[in-house]
Design a protein around this ligand. Structure first.
Ligand SMILES: Cc1cc2nc3c(=O)[nH]c(=O)nc-3n(C[C@H](O)[C@H](O)[C@H](O)COP(=O)(O)OP(=O)(O)OC[C@H]3O[C@@H](n4cnc5c(N)ncnc54)[C@H](O)[C@@H]3O)c2cc1C
Length: 416
């Protein structure tokens, strides 16, 4: 980029699923929009996830069952949740707030809020993926959660809770699981098929397709490192590694990097990182999977992807940029191999960071003390699902419209 200063109605920082969605929705409203990322669109967290477009993820990780599971996690040997003790001590405030949100009284309001966000988002994904010429990437085959030990009561409770929100699921026994997934070893006694959930075979490619759609709508993509944002008399200046530009509105959609840029403006955002890993494996074409499978007790997911079977791990709580530890992947890969036959590892293991606020709800809305500054991050485990409606709501608010779902629970001022 030249040193000459560009101008736009809206500059969106971060071209993950969230920022790209903001950009698409802003452009659809006729706003001149520039989408900036230091990498190509969809190369970070939005690349490495499990690709589940989940209708039923309305209960975040910090739900009442977390309290029951906590003693088991304290030994720090669980594949589901590992933590760096020094991180926990340094972030005791975040941990305490996260755990407090697991109280039974906190379940329903958050589930309602997430249900609205997810419902609006799935509608947009299904519309956009066609418009973006990527419809072949979406599978409407649901998502299968399975239990080895039976856990029939747990599965039934989950089904009843989902049903109370009108979310459909099917309870399955061992035979029904085999009928649905004939190529897996029958190790699971109970299954719950989230039948309104979809998945994609390459989340990164879907973000890239949405970014191409944005460019096709007349939006501008810019590859540059964002160094700072500074308020001007009538808008914002974005300081880039190779220049600067100005805009009436700035949207911070930098996923796990979002808090860094806000600190100099006086916002201390309690954003933590639920890190996770994946490794892909060469599939055996005679042993194909039909859908993502979530082994609830094994604490892993396996999803059939474009380049192989992607095994994703549980949560690692530590600093965003701390060196990788593949312990959790090493624990779950043999379990996955025991369920479905697959070949050698394809490529290197991948690491990402789910950006999470203490109540596991994203921030979607205006920054409290700066006009024209909009926040769109913190989409935790379901950001690939919830990106489009997050973007749509921000663009609507910028344009002075009412978002299509209730956004009050996502207001940034609850934390900053
Ligand atoms: C293991 C794992 C499995 C998951 N599975 C699922 C799933 O199945 N379904 C689901 O819905 N969600 C899933 N998630 C969560 C989901 O991936 C995230 O919530 C989502 O991708 C976050 O998107 P984002 O756009 O906020 O962030 P990102 O995709 O990380 O985008 C942020 C962008 O900001 C850019 N950036 C950062 N700093 C700068 C800077 N200074 N200058 C310029 N650019 C910058 C980055 O390059 C990046 O492209 C999973 C996450 C993990 C880790």
């Amino acid at each position: 980029m030249s040193g000459e200063s560009k101008q736009a109605d809206v500059v969106v920082l971060g071209a993950g699923i969230v920022g790209t969605s903001v950009a698409v929705a802003a452009r659809q409203r006729g706003l001149s929009t520039v989408l900036i990322d230091r990498r190509e669109p969809g190369c970070e967290t939005s690349y490495g996830n499990a690709g589940v477009l989940s209708s039923g993820s309305i209960l975040p990780l910090n739900k009442p069952s977390l309290w029951r599971a906590l003693p088991g996690y304290l030994t720090n040997t669980s594949a589901a949740l590992r933590f760096n003790p020094s991180w926990v001590i340094r972030n005791a405030d975040w941990v305490a707030r996260f755990l407090a949100n697991a109280a039974p009284s906190k379940v329903l309001p958050r589930a309602k809020a997430l249900h609205g966000l997810i419902g609006a988002s799935l509608k947009l994904h299904r519309e956009w993926i066609v418009k973006a010429n990527a419809a072949e990437r979406i599978r409407e085959t649901g998502w299968l959660k399975v239990w080895r030990s039976g856990a029939l009561d747990t599965a039934k409770q989950e089904q009843a809770f989902l049903a109370s929100f009108g979310i459909k699921s099917e309870l399955l026994d061992r035979q029904a699981i085999s009928a649905l997934e004939p190529n897996i070893v029958p190790v699971y006694k109970t299954g719950l098929l989230h039948s309104q959930t979809a998945s994609v075979d390459s989340p990164g490619a879907v973000v890239k397709a949405y970014a191409r759609m944005f460019a096709g709508l007349g939006g501008e993509l810019l590859q540059s490192d964002v160094k700072a944002i500074e308020p001007l008399a009538d808008g914002w200046s974005v300081v880039l590694g190779d220049g600067a530009m100005s805009a009436r509105h700035i949207v911070v959609a930098l996923g796990p990097w979002s808090a860094d840029l806000l600190r100099p403006l006086g916002y201390r955002t309690p954003l933590a990182f639920e890190r996770g890993y994946h490794q892909e494996f060469a599939p055996n074409p005679a042993r194909a999977l039909q859908r993502p499978i979530h082994d609830a007790e094994g604490a892993f997911l396996m999803t059939p992807m474009e380049n192989g079977i992607r095994v994703t791990s549980g949560v690692e709580l530590t600093d965003r940029d701390a060196p990788s530890s593949f312990t959790q992947l090493d624990m779950v890969v043999p379990l996955a191999r025991g369920v479905v036959e697959f070949g050698a590892a394809v490529g290197e293991p991948w690491r990402g960071a789910r950006p999470t606020l203490p109540d596991s709800l994203p921030m979607i809305g205006p920054a409290p003390r700066h006009a024209g500054l909009w926040l769109a991050f913190g989409n935790q485990h379901i950001g690939f699902t919830t990106g489009p409606a997050t973007g749509e709501a921000i663009a609507a608010m910028i344009a002075g419209e009412q978002p299509s779902f209730e956004v009050s629970a996502f207001a940034p001022e609850r934390y900053i």
